[in-house]
Ligand binder design. Sequence first.
Ligand code: CMC
Length: 391
Amino acid sequence: TGCITFDPGYGNTGACKSAITYMDGEKGILRYRGIPIEQLAEKSTFVETAYLLIVGRLPTSEELTRTSVMLNDFSLVHENMKAFYQNYPPQAHPMGILAAMVNAMRSFYPELTDLDEEMNNTFLRLISKIRTMAAMSYKFSIGQRVTYPQPGLCYCANFLNMMFDNDVVPYHVDQDLVRALNVFWILHADHEQNCSTTAVRVVGSGRVNIYSAISAGISALWGPLHGGANQAVIQMLEKIHKDGMTIDQCIAKARDREDPFRLMGFGHRVYKTYDPRGKIMKKMCDIVLAKVKRDDPLLDIALRLEEAALEDSYFKDKHLYPNVDFYAGIVLRALGIPTNMFTVMFAIGRLPGWIAQWKEDMADPEMKISRPRQIYTGNTVNDYIPIDQRR
Ligand code: CMC
């Protein structure tokens, strides 16, 4: 195999050059276009952060206004797409539906706008419609009439309203919860060459349309080792709560090499310290639970699990710390988001990052179609055996 290097999971391969997101896994640093995630979580909105990632700088107030107006203009989903939702089995996972809907956008909105524009209509259409499509899948799953987007509401408030407003109980938008959702989505907006972003770049490198590349990213994100971890964490905490498992039993199970169980929401390919997003998410649990005036027994389990794991030699030796997903589910539960929609929430948040990375890839003259090699381990030659002689 000559000079081919074996690098399973590409842990040591720089597959592209990128100026979007800076990470230092040893120090626990995350910055979008150089701006620390802590500053963005405190001061920015999700729409502004999306602009920052895609265009490469913060928008002026005119640019931000235009972006918001366009997001409102594009917020409706083609009525014929409703037929898809109506015909999915009621238990269908919303991530599967979302991947299919985003792929279908290529057929419903065939005009792809000019890549040279900093923030083009195709990007805005995607960012706007993904939240309408996500809320629609929830409404269909619970058998309720679809709530349409309202032009007077901002991006995050509109999503909450589309999810929870109904004919019987009108939804009252709470600005603190809107702020919490902004922060949640800012924390998820990009994370350099993670599994789903790599999927977007790899699929996009064949020059397929952007909708299909993003749909591939959504499918990649669904997995429990990636974005699906936020759902898996809550299911794990619920199980510990329901079965009355002790924290020690749980840690012992995670340490047991014979047992495939992993402590979900722990560990990261890049971070060998506390995930900076996890720190902010942990603080948000208290803020959001206080706002909705609820105690969540799962928060107590999560806090005790974290404390025990951080003291445990297995977790210490392997540098396993809480990642963004460990506390994400508790925040989402407090916002009223059902468990099977958690990974959809991640997908909406990650979309600006996927778009920014796809755009960077398309614009880079050095980029080529993704086509890794392999270390071939089979026989190099075998004779064809006629069927009557096979055993
Ligand atoms: N619980 C128990 N052991 C673990 C865990 C865990 N959560 N994570 C890693 N390990 C062990 C693993 O068994 C391995 O041990 P050994 O070296 O003895 O074989 C060692 O730590 C290294 O793990 P790895 O799987 O080789 O590391 P990786 O970089 O390939 O995987 C990971 C990173 C995030 C997939 C992994 O830590 C994991 O499965 N965590 C749980 C799922 C999770 O929370 N995923 C969300 C990641 S953050 C959101 C995102 O951006 O995707």
